[in-house]
Design a protein around this ligand. Structure first.
Ligand code: ACO
Length: 326
C-alpha cells in the first residue's frame, strides 16, 4: 500500500463566544464594519485556564471516535500551531500523553496559518512512504491570547479552536498533489516580534506590546488573494486537473472577501466552497480542519469528491493540497 486516505475528522471550539456586539464595547468599531470587511460575526475564545493542548485533545478525541480507533492505533501525532502550550516541550507530546498513547512519535509544526496545508503534506508523505500506518494531524490555536486587545485592526479577526484528521495507509491514494511556498523577506508584515531569540521578552517589549500579533492588513490581504489563486492553480496542474474538476474548495478562513476573490477567479460557486468564518473568525492552522470536519459531518463532502485545501499566512507562507475524498 502506498496511498493515504483520511479516516477520521474532529473539531472543537471553546464555549465562550465573543460576538461583534461585545467588540463594540471594547473600542470604536461596529458589527456593520466587521461583517462587511471580514464576514465575521462571532469567534470562540478560550477561558484563562484553557490552553492549546486542551482544544487539540478534544478535537483528537472526536476524530478517534469518528474513525472508531483507539489512541494506541495512531503511530504519530502532529500538532500544527503558532501558539503552543510552551516554547517547549511540543504540544503534540502533551496531547498524545493525555490521550494515553504511550511511546508514540509526536511533534509540532509552526508555519502559522499554513500549518494544516504543510502538515497534511508532511503527514501524507510519512504514510505514503510507509514510515507510519496512521498519523493524526491536529491544527490547534488560541490566538485570542496572542492578540493585542487594544488593536481593533487585529483583535476582531482571531478565534480559538482545533481540528483533527486521522490519515491511514490505503491502496487507493487520496493525495493527488501539493504546492507549498514561502517568502521570508518581509517578516514584519505579520508577526509576533518579541518572545523569540531575535528579541527575548523584557519589560520594554511588553510595554510596546511587541509580544502580540502585529499585521499590515492591506499588504497581507493582497498577498493572500494572489497566493491562494496561484497555489490552487499550481496544485491542480500538478494533479493534472482543471478548475472545473473541483467539487469543494476548503480555504483558510482569514477574510470572506479574500475567499470571495479566489472563488470568483476559480469559478467556484458558493455551494461548493466551505465557509464558516462567520462562526469562528480566523483560527489560523485550525481553520481548514474545522471546516473540513463540519463539512464531512454534515454530509457535504462525500466519497469521490475532489477537494482543494488552500491556505496562507505568516512567513509569509502559502500552499494548496488536492485531495480525492475516499
Ligand atoms: N473597526 C472599525 N474600523 C477599523 C477597524 C475596526 N475593527 N479596524 C481598522 N479600522 C479602520 C482603520 O483604522 C482604517 O481607518 P483610516 O482609513 O482612518 O486609517 C480603516 O478602517 C481601513 O483600514 P484597513 O486596514 O485598510 O482596512 P481593510 O479594509 O484592509 O480591512 C483587514 C482590514 C480586515 C484586517 C484586512 O486588511 C484583512 O483581512 N487583511 C488580511 C488578513 C489576513 O488574511 N490574515 C491572514 C493571515 S493570519 C496568520 O497567519 C496568523
Amino acid at each position: 500500500m502506498s496511498g493515504v486516505k483520511i479516516v477520521g475528522v474532529g473539531h472543537h471550539a471553546p464555549e465562550r463566544i465573543v460576538d461583534n456586539a461585545e467588540l463594540e464595547t471594547w473600542f470604536e468599531t461596529s458589527d456593520e464594519w466587521i461583517t462587511s470587511r471580514t464576514g465575521m460575526k462571532r469567534r470562540h475564545w478560550t477561558s484563562e485556564n484553557e490552553a492549546t493542548s486542551d482544544l487539540a485533545l478534544a478535537a483528537a478525541r472526536n476524530a478517534l471516535a469518528f474513525a472508531k480507533l483507539e489512541p494506541s492505533d495512531i503511530d504519530a501525532y502532529i500538532v500544527a500551531t503558532v501558539y503552543p502550550d510552551f516554547l517547549f516541550p511540543a504540544t503534540a507530546c502533551i496531547v498524545a500523553s493525555k490521550l494515553g498513547a504511550v511511546d508514540k512519535a509526536a511533534f509540532d509544526m509552526e508555519i502559522a496559518c499554513s500549518g494544516f496545508i504543510y502538515g497534511l503534506t508532511v503527514a501524507s508523505s510519512l504514510v505514503r512512504a510507509g514510515v507510519y500506518k496512521r498519523v493524526m494531524l491536529i491544527g490547534a490555536e488560541t490566538l485570542s491570547k496572542l492578540v493585542n486587545k487594544d488593536d481593533r485592526g487585529t483583535a476582531i479577526l482571531f478565534g480559538d479552536g482545533a481540528g483533527a484528521v486521522i490519515l491511514e495507509a490505503s491502496e487507493q491514494d487520496s493525495f493527488l498533489a501539493s504546492e507549498l511556498g514561502s517568502d521570508g523577506s518581509r517578516p514584519e508584515l505579520l508577526r509576533v516580534a518579541a518572545g523569540g531569540s531575535r528579541r527575548p521578552l523584557d519589560h520594554l517589549a511588553l510595554d510596546e506590546r511587541a509580544d502580540r500579533i502585529y499585521m499590515e492588513g492591506r499588504e497581507v490581504f493582497k498577498f493572500a488573494v494572489t497566493k491562494m489563486i496561484a497555489a490552487t492553480d499550481a496544485a491542480l496542474a500538478k494533479a493534472g486537473l482543471q478548475k472545473s474538476d473541483v467539487d469543494f474548495l476548503i480555504p483558510h478562513q482569514a477574510n470572506k472577501r479574500i475567499i470571495d476573490a479566489a472563488m470568483k477567479y476559480l469559478e467556484i460557486p458558493p455551494e461548493r466552497c466551505v465557509v464558516n468564518i462567520q462562526e469562528y473568525g480566523n483560527t489560523s492552522a485550525a481553520s481548514i480542519p474545522i471546516a473540513l470536519s463540519e463539512a464531512v459531518r454534515a454530509g457535504r463532502v462525500k466519497p469521490g469528491d475532489t477537494v482543494v485545501f488552500v491556505g496562507f499566512g505568516g512567513g509569509l507562507s502559502w500552499g494548496a493540497v488536492v485531495w480525492k475524498w475516499a
